[in-house]
Write a protein that binds this ligand. Structure first.
Ligand code: NAD
Length: 395
């Protein structure tokens, strides 16, 4: 790889613009290809604002801001991405549109150029198959906002060569990001393991156990999460969050563990998208009251325990199916979605036996397969092992 990398970005929307900023900040030449001129103008305006703010806060000086801006150049044709060492695609989440871009792009770039997708939910193997040389293709999944979120999931397809995995990881590490290696399985690490944070919260609401404000209060006050599930869904957007859930559910051949919620679907259908539409689970209109939680600690603990054990169970199952190492699973959830602790560290702390009992209590109550306990937890309970302490607890 040359000292100064040339990085191509296809699609200069929310993610493309953020990734371009990250690459330019790391000293790369960035070539941007975007089909919509209005998006180009808007993203450039946003970037200028962000850089000015960074200068005001003395995070960077004016010379650095200018060099970042000057390193990002728009190109008019996909063909102009020819000199790139790495191209990251960040266009709409449509497999056919993406594949069409990759098959054309491959003819324009050098044979050693890495071609990557920032897809959140599509199979990397399927996208890679659009290239003649699928071994050069990889998933590089940034989180939103890309300049602020430290985590990047690196997702090799079964076709990807080891050399490309190492190179892609080294480049993104050199940009100051924390990379984790994820299997090309639905939702990769974060979007798979985080599902119960939303799903179980919605279920608790649907069963009338607690309202939105009380669930959010429990997860923040008792669990130490920065945002509650309903606040977070309003922040992400109920459209985006619902679609991700539905995509993961379908990709898992309708495993009930990933079942979407009718409540969220109705909010999405009603246009109650959250912050961006002014109304979601909460109102964001000027002067709107914020509902008070029922600050009952016993209820709060029940809610938190239930959501946490579902998350731990999901993390354990991801480990069981080789989605990532235990360390990467914990890094992904703390750095990708700001969880206060790694879920497997948390499991060790509250005790594996406790986790199994809580899952079994839920399963025995509902008799629904979504509450099945991960075989990893059950096996660990039998042997007395924990995730991070490999010797037996009871010698
Ligand atoms: N928004 C997120 O939170 C987030 C997080 C991680 C990953 N992603 C993934 O990143 C990708 C982009 O998402 P986004 O939120 O930035 O979308 P976005 O709608 O903000 O931007 C996509 C841009 O791609 C452009 N585009 C569409 N077709 C194109 C083409 N053929 N050539 C060039 N440009 C084209 C569109 O004009 C648009 O500006 C998706 O695959 C999404 O799943 C999104």
């Amino acid at each position: 790889m040359p000292d100064k990398l040339t990085v191509g970005i296809v699609g200069y929307g929310t993610m493309g613009c953020g990734i371009a900023q990250v690459a330019a900040t790391a000293g790369c030449e960035v070539l941007v290809y975007e089909v919509n001129r209005d998006v180009l103008t808007k993203s450039n305006q946003n970037l200028t604002k962000i850089l000015s703010r960074l200068v005001e806060k003395e995070k960077i000086d004016q010379a650095k801001a200018d060099s970042i801006k000057n390193s990002i150049k728009e190109v008019n044709e996909l063909l102009d991405l020819g000199p790139c060492d790495l191209v990251i695609e960040a266009i709409i989440e449509d497999p056919e549109v993406k594949k069409n871009v990759f098959s054309k792009l491959e003819d324009y770039v050098n044979s050693d150029c890495i071609i990557a997708s920032n897809t959140s939910s599509l199979s990397i193997a399927s996208l890679a198959s659009s290239c003649h040389n699928a071994a050069r293709f990889i998933g590089i999944h940034f989180f939103n906002p890309a300049p602020l979120m430290h985590l990047v999931e690196i997702i090799p397809a079964i076709q990807t060569s080891n050399e490309i995995i190492d190179k892609a990881k080294a480049i993104i590490d050199s940009w100051g990001k924390t990379t984790v290696l994820a299997k090309d399985a639905p939702g990769f690490i974060v979007n798979r393991i985080a599902r119960p944070f939303y799903g179980e919260a919605l279920r608790i609401y649907e069963e009338g156990i607690a309202d939105f404000a009380t669930v959010d209060w429990a997860m923040k006050e008792i669990g130490g999460f920065r945002m509650g599930p309903f606040e977070l869904m309003d922040f992400i957007g109920n459209d985006i969050n619902y679609i991700v859930t539905e995509t993961v559910f379908k990709a898992f051949y309708y495993d009930p563990r990933y079942q979407p919620s009718f409540t969220q679907k109705r909010f999405y259908e009603a246009g109650f998208l959250g912050r961006k539409s002014g109304q979601g689970y909460y109102s964001y209109q000027e002067g709107a009251d914020s509902p008070s939680p029922k600050a009952d600690r016993a209820l709060g603990k029940h809610i938190f325990d239930r959501i946490l054990v579902r998350l731990i169970n999901e993390a354990a199952d991801a480990l069981h199916f080789g989605v990532a190492t235990k360390e990467d699973i914990d890094i992904a959830m703390t750095k990708g979605v700001n969880y206060p602790k790694g879920l497997l560290v948390w499991a060790d702390e509250i005790g594996i036996e406790n986790c199994v009992q809580r899952m079994d209590t839920l399963f025995n109550h509902y008799h629904e397969t979504q509450y099945r306990c991960s075989p990893v937890l059950r096996a660990m309970m039998k042997t007395g092992l924990t995730f991070y302490q490999t010797e037996k607890r009871h010698a």
